[in-house]
Design a protein around this ligand. Structure first.
Ligand SMILES: [Zn+2]
Length: 746
């Protein structure tokens, strides 16, 4: 090879590299070059030392929703944001139905006496675990009451567990059920509702060492797993029916708002509930030896004896007193006003309230948010203001029915539907090194692209680290929580979005695209007094590198959405995901598909293997939507390679923002009118539930309802196909008009 050819090839390679490194979805080459400079500057600002300093401030004291300390932290955030250069900083107040513990006691009165501790003992080396302000055992939204009754061991407290008890002749009516937290995972509120429906007098929920204790590995203070006295607090609000303040379902709890009586509140539990440690559960389970049949193998836990179903011998006396006075929750709101498009909003949020110190949940996210806002403020001061407005919120009462974000979202629903581009949620920023990125399918490609420009502490790009983690998890096929779907996606980003955090109101009620970011690892102290600064510094993120990376990732993702010329929505990706959801539903319900609209027949005809006509229509509509998405992608890419007229951008971006809103059905999911999204919903367990209205109708084999839901889905697909086609025409016609104008110039 001659030197000159070699140089030429090197030049080509170099410019190809340059072009690649500066190409960003939604940006013209000039804007991408500017964006790359802004992002480099932005990423250089957050530091592990500052992350750690902020984390210490938020984890210094317990700060449960509605507490004095949590309200002081709201004022701290307000003051810091003002110093950092955020604008329009304001604290918003919502007066909600309160649920605070006054007292709780649990004692076994037969066959022997045992007084439950209901507190967490201090750990050597962890001074915070000595703090007397750490609460005892309690569950938000338990009712007050007093009962003496026999105890039944009901495994996970899911409906099938009660079926098994019935098969063994055991009724739980008027008795107290003792259930485990997570085997498999389900939201504790669903366990409470199930126990209430079964007629139980109360529910005790304990942490079995098999799930998050010594059976998993070393326990705190020597390892990340839960110790003997660990209590997993939490709320049991039925927020899978409607989240937020139970007294204002669907509207904001602002002064003067109408409030319904608690007796009429769909989301208010009607059962006593208490969480206990395995230390307190052990005497109950141990004394069930010979009481009722031996529990099945899958019901055995990590304690060193055989578990029994119980129901006769072990009797306990339980007393719970709650304070249900109205209490204020405070949402802190601040913004960096957009330089060019102040009325297009990128909304970011993290909750502030914690069950105790909230080392992981949520203070790791809060520390990351404070470094994120410091960096954004500094950019603005240096003249690098985002084109669109960034709205940042510190939510309150997430832990109690997602209340702060829900009330705020309900208050500003109309404005958000007009202005919001996206909501980006960070709840637990880090409990370990495994990245989990969630996004509605239209934003999955942009999220994946964004992770390529960030460095994981492992030395890989965040994208490569994410890919490796995802492959490993899929191999393990270990679905461990509501955010870990375990199912394969057409995208690396997890596009199966359930509930359980502050994105819910934005996605399901307002129709905003959402992204959720987090790093996860071995974490056995969730919602306990041991989830603290010590735990984070020894196990979760000792060097605060993942906190720092989270601030960088959160910011870069937000900046791309705030600065893009044409918003980086990919509707072809959306279509592919929806097709997968539909195919999975048909696969999961073969019998339902063959019975669809017909009388059930014992003979399966070959014709039954064909999808029902309504599903064929949906699949056709998805094909059309995908074709429209591809066409728009192509016209946007072409447009971005030339000049993007601001007026055209405004029209096209607002059109694209409308697509997510069009997935809303104003009537909501049957039985749950607050949840309006027809692609995304959540089961009562918080688990993701795709095509919620249609899926639930098919599962119930309610054909008239299923047909109606199928038509609603088909109509929404058609509407969005028309909109997306119209947007590509607008882009293409504008390009033609420009060429014509240019060539007509003398
Ligand atoms: Zn949380």
């Amino acid at each position: 090879m001659t030197p000159s050819r070699c140089t030429a090839i090197a030049l080509i390679l170099f410019s190809a590299h340059l072009a690649h490194s500066q190409s960003i979805l939604g940006f013209s080459p000039t804007s991408a070059a500017r964006e790359a400079r802004v992002e480099e500057k932005f990423k250089s600002i957050p530091t592990p030392d500052e992350e750690r300093r902020q984390h210490r401030i938020f984890t210094a004291e317990p700060h449960v929703a509605g507490s004095k300390r949590n309200n002081e932290l709201a004022e701290y955030i307000r003051d810091e944001w003002k110093k950092q250069g955020l604008e329009d900083v304001i604290i918003r107040r919502y007066d909600v139905y309160g649920t605070n513990p006054k007292s709780a006691s649990l004692e076994m009165i037969a066959p022997t006496h045992y007084q439950a501790v209901l507190r967490e003992s201090p750990l050597p080396g962890d001074d915070d675990s000595n703090n007397p302000a750490i609460s005892g055992a309690w569950l938000g939204m338990s009712i007050s009451g007093e009962v003496t009754a026999p105890v039944v061991y009901a495994h996970s407290g899911n409906p099938e567990d009660y079926d098994l008890l019935r098969q063994n002749g055991i009724s739980v009516k008027g008795k107290i059920v003792l259930v485990r937290y997570s085997n498999p995972y389900s939201y504790r509120g669903f366990k409470a509702l199930t126990a209430q429906r079964e007629g139980a007098a109360a529910i005790l929920i304990y942490s079995d060492p098999a799930e998050d204790g010594y059976k998993k590995g070393k326990v705190d203070p020597d390892g990340p797993w839960g110790p003997e006295y660990k209590i997993q607090r939490g709320a049991i609000t039925y927020d899978f029916i409607v989240p937020g303040d139970p007294l204002t379902p669907g509207w904001a709890s602002i002064p003067g708002a109408k409030r319904i009586p608690i007796e009429q509140a769909m989301s208010a539990p009607k059962i006593m509930a208490l969480p206990i440690s395995w230390h307190d559960a052990k005497p109950l389970l141990e004394n069930m030896n010979g009481d009722g049949p031996v529990a099945p193998d899958s019901w055995q836990g990590g304690l060193p004896f055989q578990y029994h179903l119980g129901g006769e011998r072990v009797k306990v006396h339980l007393k719970i007193e709650m304070d249900n006075g109205t209490q204020p929750y405070y949402v802190v709101e601040g913004r960096i006003r957009g330089s060019e498009l102040p009325d297009e909003w990128v909304v970011l949020g993290n909750h502030r309230d914690a069950w105790a110190f909230g080392g992981v949940d949520p203070s790791s996210g809060t520390a990351s948010m404070m470094e994120l806002t410091r960096a954004l403020g500094q950019l603005a001061k240096e003249g690098m203001r985002p084109r669109r407005t960034l709205v940042v919120c510190s939510w309150d009462g997430e832990e109690v029915g997602l209340t702060g974000s829900t009330e705020w979202g309900e208050q500003f629903a109309d404005e958000l539907r007009a202005k919001a581009v996206v909501y980006i949620n960070v709840d637990e920023a880090t409990s370990g090194p495994d990245f989990t990125g969630q996004a509605v399918a239209s934003l999955a490609p942009m999220l994946e692209e964004t992770t390529r420009s960030l460095n994981d502490p492992s030395g890989k790009s965040l994208y490569d680290a994410w890919k490796a983690t995802t492959e490993r998890r899929r191999k393990e096929n270990n679905s461990s929580g509501p955010f870990d779907s375990g199912a394969a996606n057409t995208t690396l980003a997890d596009t199966r979005i359930g509930s359980g955090s502050d994105h819910t109101v934005f996605l399901n009620f307002i129709g905003m695209p959402v992204i959720g970011l987090g790093f996860a690892g071995d974490y056995g102290v969730y919602h306990s007094g041991y989830d603290d600064f010590y735990w984070m510094n020894h196990f979760g993120d000792p060097g605060y590198k993942y906190h720092t990376l989270m601030s960088q990732l959160w910011g870069v993702t937000a900046l791309r959405l705030a600065n893009a010329d044409l918003l980086p929505f990919d509707f072809a990706s959306y279509a592919a995901n929806v097709r997968q959801f539909v195919n999975e539903l048909m696969k999961a319900q073969p019998a339902a598909m063959s019975m669809w609209g017909r009388a059930p027949s014992p003979v399966q005809s070959t014709e039954a293997r064909q999808p029902p006509p309504e599903f064929r229509a949906i699949l056709d509509a998805i094909d059309n939507f995908e074709a429209a998405g591809k066409k728009l992608n192509e016209s946007l890419t072409r447009k971005l390679s030339s000049h993007v007229d601001p007026k055209l951008a405004l029209t096209v971006n607002h059109g694209m923002m409308q697509v997510e809103r069009n997935w809303l059905n104003p009537d909501g999911i049957p039985g749950r009118p607050w949840f309006k999204h027809i692609l995304y919903g959540a089961r009562f367990t918080y688990a993701h539930l795709e095509l919620p209205g249609l899926t639930e109708a098919v599962e119930a084999q309610d054909w008239p309802r299923a047909k109606k839901q199928a038509r609603i889905l088909q109509r929404a697909l058609k509407k969005n196909t028309q909109l997306v086609n119209q947007l590509s025409d607008t882009v293409t016609n504008a390009s033609i008009a420009e060429i014509t104008t240019r060539s007509e110039r003398p």
